[in-house]
Design a protein. Structure first.
Length: 136
């Protein structure tokens, strides 16, 4: 029971001190409150418009691209383990689509060439990757 009295006393002291501090505060008049609130609102609107225009501009014209339908795309080379090129291509295309960034990518290519071979007297066409780099 003694603990409850101590807690109650601390709460009462806190409320008394809070009331004393509230009396010391110089509160703004309604006219001052409206003036400062309107300044904050106007500045918020201006900043949001500027940021919105900047974001729209970056979406319309991605970095390193031209303007319009004939956009110039950059080339990138992705290093993969041998034999995983097509899996990486599919994975990359899925991520581009999931992120909604199709406008930023023209195509994902795995450099291949068609090879015609004679097997048992018959022509057989197969694909061979020709951008293979080996390190020794």
């Amino acid at each position: 029971m003694d603990k409850v009295k101590q807690i109650w006393f601390v709460i009462q002291q806190f409320l008394k001190e809070s009331r004393t501090e509230l009396k010391k505060v110089t509160w703004p008049t309604p006219k001052q409150a409206i003036a400062s609130t309107s300044v904050v609102v106007v500045l918020t609107v201006i900043v949001s418009l500027v940021l919105g225009l900047m974001i729209r501009s970056r979406q319309d014209h991605p970095a390193g691209s031209g303007v319009g339908k004939d956009m110039a795309f950059r080339w990138y080379v992705v290093h993969t383990y041998s034999g995983f090129e097509n899996k990486v291509k599919v994975s990359l295309q899925e991520r581009i689509e999931a992120a909604g960034m199709q406008a930023f990518f023209a195509d994902v290519l795995v450099p291949e060439e068609d090879i015609v071979e004679l097997v048992s007297g018959e022509k057989k066409t197969s694909k061979r990757k020709f951008f293979r780099v080996t390190c020794s």
